[in-house]
Design a protein around this ligand. Structure first.
Ligand code: PMP
Ligand code: GLN
Length: 381
């Protein structure tokens, strides 16, 4: 393993999901739903496969049906117009889009400012591009970004802001004021911005607005999302980029040599998913809101300090009130103590010692599973 990837051995999600399988514990660690997405969309995938749509290499930027559907989705939800021919790129999940963006846009030695805690692929992708991460720490209990601190982190070497809202793992959703201030800083310092918006529809408080919609942002922002969370098909790995033609061309250049193209039949199915009626999108949000409350209340009753998320399907907690000092040790012991798996947030921080007592649980599981998890967690109290 080369030096760039040192310390990026096994993702925490693989480690904790393996622990769940080994111990038979309820897996509230890795974020994947235990109920698949809509039947009609699964049928659409089967139909595409049977009809021979996408069984051979699809077009590099993605099948036209999906690029059109992504553009229509951006128009419908955000009033944004993208040319499906030049301003949309289909990727193998948001993960590939993030990797391709980092590899395409960064020079070795560039600095990338990212919220900390961060989704773990950010650190590895910035490292693979030979760039340097500069964390902007989101602090409990609100996890709001400190905009003076952001300004202070910007140096002549800063090339790019890598932002995630709604934010995994804290559930923070940027406010209008924060979006405006971040966009103004990006314009002032002529920075590129990559926005990871995979939880765009899972918002319970506040509102999600893509940063690319703000003045001066269109030409500098790579907006990324994916079908995994919105439609409960994390295994399909269909993601997309919307950006200016120049930025899409750059990201596509890197993507060409990562996967060449993304798997075909699922693209047709996701095109149909993106066109589902508004009721689908409000339905999944309200359904998750109820599950968020169930788990957050249960965790609070079990003695955790709970930071109720405004978005995503994760709830971050602090285990200090349970007499614990190390979230990692706590998570390793939790399956044995009560048959539940969670993820220690410490692995999502660069700054040593930060977030050590934070632990993340997901609520994208069936209600009865969450109820059973809460019953088990109450044994800790
Ligand atoms: N970004 C964030 C913040 C995530 O939590 C995840 C996890 N699914 C991804 C990106 C990856 O998305 P995908 O599965 O579409 O690659
Ligand atoms: N995004 C999901 C999470 O944060 C899982 C991602 C993964 O397994 N790489 O749990």
């Amino acid at each position: 393993l080369n030096r760039r990837l040192e310390g990026h051995g096994t993702t925490i999600f693989a480690e904790m999901s393996a622990l769940a399988v080994e111990t038979g514990a309820i897996n509230l660690g890795q974020g994947f739903p235990d109920t698949d997405g809509p039947e009609e969309i699964r049928e659409a995938a089967v139909r595409a496969l049977r009809d021979g749509r996408g069984n051979q290499y699809p077009p590099g930027p993605g099948v036209p049906e999906l690029r059109n559907a992504v553009a229509a989705h951006q128009r419908r939800f955000y009033g944004l117009d993208f040319d499906p021919g030049t301003e949309v790129l289909v990727t193998a999940g948001a993960t590939e889009a993030i990797a391709a963006a980092m590899l395409a846009l960064l020079e070795p030695g560039d600095e990338v400012i990212a919220f900390e805690p961060f989704y773990d692929s950010y650190a590895a992708c910035v490292a693979m591009a030979g760039a340097r991460r500069v964390p902007l720490t989101l602090r409990a209990p609100s996890f709001r970004p400190d905009l003076d601190e952001l300004r202070a982190r910007i140096t002549p070497r800063t090339r790019l802001l890598l932002l995630n809202t709604p934010h995994n793992p804290t559930g923070m959703v940027l406010t209008a004021e924060e979006r405006d201030a971040i966009a103004a800083l990006a314009v002032e310092h002529d920075l590129l911005v990559v926005t990871d918006e995979v939880y765009e529809h899972l918002v319970f408080g506040g509102e999600h607005v893509p940063l690319i919609a703000l003045p001066g942002m269109r030409e500098r922002t790579v907006s990324i999302s994916s079908a995994g969370k919105t439609f409960s098909f994390t295994g399909w790995k269909v993601g997309w980029v919307t950006a200016s033609a120049a930025l899409v061309a750059a990201v596509r250049t890197a993507k060409q040599y990562l996967t060449y193209v993304s798997a075909g039949p699922f693209q047709y199915a996701v095109a149909e998913a993106l066109a589902l009626p508004d009721a689908y999108f409000t339905g999944i949000r309200e359904d998750l809101r109820a599950r968020r409350d169930l788990l957050a209340d249960g965790l609070a009753d079990s003695g955790f300090e709970v930071y109720r998320p405004q978005g995503t399907y994760f709830v971050t907690t602090d285990v200090t009130p349970l007499g614990e000092r190390d979230g990692f040790a706590f998570c390793r012991a939790l399956p044995g103590r009560c048959g539940v798996v969670a993820v220690p947030n410490a692995v999502f921080y660069d700054t040593p010692g930060t977030g050590r007592t934070q632990v993340r649980f997901t609520f994208c599981k069936r209600e009865e599973v969450l109820r059973e998890a809460v019953t088990r967690l109450k044994r800790l109290a």
